[in-house]
Every structure is written in C-alpha cells, then in structure tokens.
Design a protein around this ligand. Structure first.
Ligand SMILES: Nc1ncnc2c1ncn2[C@@H]1O[C@H](COP(=O)(O)OP(=O)(O)OP(=O)(O)O)[C@@H](O)[C@H]1O
Ligand SMILES: [Mg+2]
Length: 329
C-alpha cells in the first residue's frame, strides 16, 4: 500500500474518481485555429493553435479514436488537476462535427526540446527543474492520482522563464489501495522495477523511479540513464548499476520470481563522476528497487539537495514563476 495519500480517493468520494460515470459536454471547435503541428504520439496529434476570441496561443491535442473510457479518464484527471502547481491546464474540450474527432484544448508552453536542453543544463537549472517537477507530483499524488508516464518528453519546459508543466495525462490513473494495475504503462527507459518484474499493486512511488531516471540522466549527462533494448534488457541495465543484493531481497519480500544471471552483474555503483554528495544521495533514495523504500515526492522536496531552491522560492515568491499562481510557496 502507498506510504502516503493511500486513502485520498476513498475520502474524496466517487464523484472525484469514478471517471466512467463522467458525461462530457463537447463544445464546438470554431473559435480555435491550427497554426502548426508540435508533436504527437501513439494516442494523439498535437498542434499549436490560436483562440480567436482572445488571440491567445493554445494547444490542440486531437485524440486518435481510442476507447471512450480512456478519453473520459484523461478528461476527468485533467479537470481534477487543472490549476494545480505545474500541471498543464485543460481549457476546453471540443468535438468536430463530421469527423467526430475529440480534442483537448490546453495551455501552451514555449517548450525547449529536452534533447537539446538536457546536455547543456546547469546545476541550478537541474535543481529548479526537478523541484518544479516534484511539486507537480506531490500535488497530483495528494489528489489520489499516479501519472505513470513521467519522462522528459512529457515535461514541457520554457527555459528562459523557468516554467515547467507536466503534460500527457493519457496513462494517469486513480490510486486505490490493494488494486491491481496494468504493468504495460510508462516508457521503457523510465519504467520502474515493479513494471519490469510484474508487481501490479504499485502506487504513486512508480513516478518517483522515473524522477530518479531523469535526475541521473541530467547529472551523468546521458540521454537515457538506463537504456534497454527491450523490457528484459531494461531490467538488466538497472541491475548492472544498482547491484543484485537488494534486488534479491525485493523479489523475496514481494513474492516475485525472475530469472537473472546474477553472477555477471556488478555490485551497486554509479561509477566515477564528479557529482555532488547531495545529488547522489537523492538519486540513491529515488532509485530503490523496492517502491516502499523510495522517497515520496514530498520527502524528495525536503531533501538537502534542494536547500537553496527552497530558499529562492520563498524569497522570490511571486516574481519569476508566478504565471500559474500556484508555483510559489
Ligand atoms: N501544452 C503543450 N505545449 C507545448 N507542446 C506540447 C503541449 N502538449 C503537448 N505538446 C507536444 O506534443 C507532444 C505529444 O503530447 P502528449 O504527450 O500529450 O501526447 P501523446 O499522444 O499522449 O504522446 P505520446 O504517445 O508520445 O506519449 C509532446 O511531447 C510535446 O512535444
Ligand atoms: Mg507524451
């Protein structure tokens, strides 16, 4: 069971979490105009657009014909979370007449491509970025929701403004204790050990593994810190860095069986690098095989690695990161 926020959905009630009962009133899309394509993936095509009523730049996420249930889940979760710190805002939901395609209208972020940004990130930026990401995660977890697809491509970052937004709520899900979830979520390089060993009663702590992968990628300057060819290889890459001792304990504790050739694997080591003690300490506490042992988002925010970020946020309060009204403490 999750160490924190385990009973949140129970106490917020079914009106909060029962997305299947959601009835969506789709608006007409006439007021929005497409400017250019900015992305897309398995489930959508994403465009930059303009809201002609106020000239504001917005994002139009055109959903591919996926199940109604999945659409309801994404809309419900976005509605529940909109306005929260560093969470992308849902502005409108629209449906095209003839094609009946459904689109989500969202806040636009002048994003820098993470593949260009990460290799040049500075230490203060790394701290700021991760702190903002963790703030979003602590908020969404406190509302009973796991993101389940935290990865660089799902984090929009306006570098000059230091503005971060967590996007792509298509795989997010409500957390209920003792519930089995699909392990086919997330993106390979950011998948936690629970997904790779078949432990399906996971919780919010899954997102903290992905945060660890991002921190590692930044401080060790690797595009993806654990880069497996497939899910099996992904687990091996993790074992090579973190060692097998605590992995065996983890398997035993949760009654999991996995065949691995342990002898060839090294013991826990992140290898040589000039990385601060605090950064390494935070990293080790996020990258725990056993999800119960990982830091929670709130604990990570309180880690000494972020000491000066916390000071800065308090003193600057509303200056630099005021756009959302939630970003400053
Ligand atoms: N609010 C936004 N501002 C700027 N760009 C955005 C925004 N939302 C999405 N994008 C761009 O569109 C891409 C796809 O968006 P999103 O991740 O929501 O869709 P998806 O179909 O679920 O993606 P995938 O299957 O690749 O995970 C993002 O990686 C990003 O490049
Ligand atoms: Mg995405």
């Amino acid at each position: 069971m999750a160490r924190v926020y385990a009973g949140v959905n129970e106490s917020l009630g079914s009106g909060w979490y029962d997305y299947e009962r959601l009835h969506i009133d789709w608006n007409v899309p006439d007021r929005y105009e497409i400017v250019r394509r900015v992305g897309g993936g398995k489930y959508s095509e994403v465009f930059e657009g303009v809201d002609m009523t106020n000239e504001e730049t917005i994002v139009i996420k055109v959903l591919k014909p996926i199940s109604k249930k999945k659409i309801k889940r994404e809309v419900k979760i976005l509605r529940n979370l909109t306005g929260g710190p560093n969470v992308i805002r849902l502005l409108d939901v629209v449906q095209d007449g003839p094609s009946r395609s459904n689109s989500l209208i969202m806040e636009y972020v002048e994003n820098v491509d993470w593949k260009e940004f990460y290799p040049t990130i500075t230490e203060p930026e790394t701290k700021h970025y991760l702190f903002q990401l963790l703030k979003a995660l602590d908020f969404v977890h406190s509302r009973g929701i796991m993101h389940r697809d935290v990865k660089p491509a799902n984090i929009m970052y306006d570098r000059p403004r230091g503005k971060l937004r967590l996007i792509d709520w298509g795989l997010a899900e409500f957390y209920h204790p003792d519930t089995k979830y699909h392990i086919r979520v997330g993106s390979r390089c950011y998948k936690g050990p629970e997904l790779l060993t078949g432990y399906d009663k996971y919780d919010y702590s899954l997102d903290l593994w992905s945060v660890g992968c991002i921190l590692a990628a930044m401080i060790f300057r690797k595009e993806h810190f654990f880069r497996g060819r497939d899910n099996e290889d992904q687990l091996l890459r993790i074992l090579k860095v973190l060692g097998t001792d605590s992995f065996e304990r983890y398997l035993e504790k949760h009654g999991l069986y996995i065949q691995t050739d342990n002898r060839a694997l090294l013991q826990s080591s992140f290898g040589p690098a000039s990385v601060s003690r605090e950064a390494l300490d935070l990293l080790e506490k996020c990258l725990k095989y056993d999800h119960c042992e990982r830091l929670t988002a709130a604990e990570a925010l309180a880690h000494p690695y972020f000491n000066n970020v916390r000071l800065e946020t308090t003193s600057k309060s509303t200056e630099r990161f005021s756009d959302s009204g939630f970003c400053s403490t």
